[in-house]
Write a protein of this length. Structure first.
Length: 611
């Protein structure tokens, strides 16, 4: 528990001023509750009995209840009601109740507002830190993680922590003060009645302990089911074309319904664990009041008249009981809320503790990739336990176009990923200009490499903004020039808003060829000395491929290019063709040379051009 609170405090600490001010208002709120009860009793006694002998009541208070009561008795005078016709005096006396109530509610408002302000900013910081941390994790992390689960951790799990900071911490301070103040006052004013009424209080702890054990397990399961729901929604929305094409609407809806039922089942267990103890608390409270009535009914006949409780005593006693049980109920829920928050926080802090498998160098070197050779030396790489690349040795000369070909799964894209340092090799090195890429900051490395992939991600923004992502801050003239080099200007200007046309999620309003040319324009604008083409034309029809290939030819001029090719027609004039098979380089050479050898490349070539 202490470790959980310590981690949470790190995020609250920047806002500790307002947070502690909110807690202080909560403390004063608890103190004012006792003052409110005392004021009500004084006003009732003045109205109905004509005087208030506080001196006698303080003097009668037992020393074990209030050590200062006997000292206060010497300082407090006896109050007498004003004359019946003195309206102003009566108005001042009676108005004390709404005045103290106003003070009480103002303190409660400030306590709630300030603690929630601190909580909102702390949770915003947690979400921002978590999101930034995830952005900086390696590509290997995202190949294993579920998108919906990550979204749920950032949104749903952190929202549970908000309830702890904004409500539970304040309740943990405010409610005990309220309980002790009201109990303390009642023990001073009506010791016997108060002790009788709280006889049943120890019994109230039993259901709290019993149900508190169930909350943490249910809360953890509830957060997991919520993540399943988020993941299912993400997959169904992004894969909607497949769902409709295969008539899977009912299947997906049934999965969603089943997961929702699991979530509801765990949620109801948490609700039961929260509500049953608090409702039993009210029942036990009623039993306590019943015991008080029983005591009064049987004891009044044996007490002298001057020692019998007055109506004002009983009125304030009942009012105190009414006011004391809400904070006690809230305090019983606090135990379960903390268990629920701990379960959610485990998932959040687990992500924050995830280490990047591609660490940044402590003293990064400068990288000058322009006119620099790329070397893959004795390279081995595994995906988990599965070997993907074995003993790769390859040199890409500056300005060369080197094509990587081979069957699916032969390691072509993995080689490009190692160059971009999405992963680190198990053995061997990747060097640019003689500098190991592990000795260069990933930001510096990736600034000098442009990528055009088979599936380029475009964002739900304007065409202009999607091109500008290649180099943030580029001028409109530079963006237009990049689009012209990518042969994209013609179709862009035919759009209703031109460069300001919003293209939808993942560029859904554009054709495949148009999306590729936007991606090429982005790469042109980046103007990086190294270019990686990852099957950039393999998913296009013949007409679109020609347009995109023309744009790619323009882009490759003057750059060192590594082209991962599925269609061999696009790399016939490559300076070097590298053939991979089962993670090893089996052939290298020019197109004509490889065809004459009659090896794997020649078979691939015949399969594609047999017709």
């Amino acid at each position: 528990m202490i470790e959980f609170l310590r981690k949470l405090w790190k995020f609250v600490h920047p806002y500790r001023g307002r947070f502690f001010l909110g807690l202080a208002c909560g403390i004063f709120y608890g103190l004012v509750n006792g003052l409110l009860i005392a004021t009500v009793k004084v006003v009732v006694q003045l109205v109905f009995e004509g005087e208030v002998d506080l001196h006698q009541k303080l003097e009668a208070a037992p020393r074990w209840i209030h050590p200062l009561a006997h000292q206060l008795a010497l300082l407090v005078p006896e109050f007498h009601a004003p004359a019946p016709g003195n309206t102003v005096s009566w108005l001042l006396i009676i108005s004390a109740i709404p005045a103290i109530m106003l003070l009480r509610n103002t303190l409660q408002y400030l306590s709630t507002y300030l603690t929630n302000w601190s909580a909102m900013h702390a949770i915003a910081d947690i979400r921002t830190k978590l999101f930034s941390h995830l952005q900086n994790l390696s590509l290997g992390f995202f190949t294993q993680a579920k998108t919906g689960d990550l979204i749920a951790r950032i949104t749903s799990d952190t929202q549970v922590l908000y309830g702890i900071i904004g409500g539970a911490f304040s309740s943990a301070v405010k409610d005990p003060i309220t309980i002790f103040c009201l109990l303390g006052y009642q023990l001073m004013a009506n010791t016997t009645l108060t002790l009788i009424s709280i006889i049943v209080f120890p019994i109230c702890l039993v259901p709290i302990i019993i149900y508190g054990r169930k909350v943490r397990k249910s809360a953890r399961a509830m957060q997991a089911h919520n993540a399943e729901l988020t993941n299912l929604m993400h997959e169904s929305f992004t894969g909607n074309r497949v769902i409709k094409a295969y008539n899977l609407e009912e299947t997906v809806s049934a999965q969603f319904r089943a997961t929702t039922q699991k979530y509801i089942g765990q949620l109801m267990r948490v609700i039961r664990a929260n509500e049953i103890p608090s409702q039993l608390m009210e029942v036990f409270g009623a039993i306590g009041i019943a015991l008080v009535f029983f005591y009064i009914q049987h004891s009044l006949q044996f007490l002298p008249k001057d020692q019998q409780p007055k109506e004002s005593d009983f009125l304030t006693f009942v009012l105190t009981i009414v006011m004391i049980y809400p904070p006690i109920k809230a305090f019983t829920r606090l135990h379960n809320q903390i268990h629920q928050a701990r379960a959610a926080s485990e998932r959040v802090f687990e992500l924050l503790a995830t280490q990047n498998s591609v660490p940044e160098p402590t003293a990064p070197k400068m990288l000058h990739a322009s006119h620099a050779d790329i070397e893959f030396h004795n390279l081995d790489f595994n995906y988990g336990e599965k070997p993907v690349l074995r003993n790769i040795n390859l040199t890409v000369k500056a300005g060369q176009l080197v094509a990587l070909v081979g069957a699916s799964g032969s390691g072509k894209t993995t080689l490009a990923n190692l160059l971009l340092r999405f992963y680190d090799p198990v053995r061997g090195t990747v060097k640019i200009g003689g500098v190991d890429v592990r000795d260069v900051s990933t930001r510096d490395l990736r600034n000098q490499i442009a990528v055009v992939a088979q599936e380029n991600i475009l964002f739900n923004d304007t065409i202009r903004r999607n091109i500008e992502l290649g180099r943030l801050g580029a001028t409109n003239d530079e963006i237009t020039a990049a689009a012209q080099h990518a042969y994209a200007t013609e179709f862009i200007l035919h759009k209703p808003e031109g460069f300001d046309t919003v293209i939808g999620e993942k560029g859904v309003s554009l054709s495949g060829g148009q999306r590729q040319r936007i991606a090429i324009a982005r790469a042109v604008l980046k103007n990086a000395p190294i270019l990686v083409l990852d099957e950039a034309t393999s998913a296009l029809d013949t007409e679109s491929e020609r347009a995109v290939q023309t744009a790619l030819d323009e882009l490759m001029k003057g750059r060192t290019t590594i082209c991962i090719a599925h269609r061999l027609s696009t790399i016939l004039h490559a300076d070097l063709i590298v053939v991979l098979d089962q993670g090893k380089i089996v052939e290298t050479g020019h197109h004509d040379e490889l065809v004459r050898r009659g090896g794997i490349y020649q078979k691939l070539y015949e399969l594609q051009f047999a017709s």
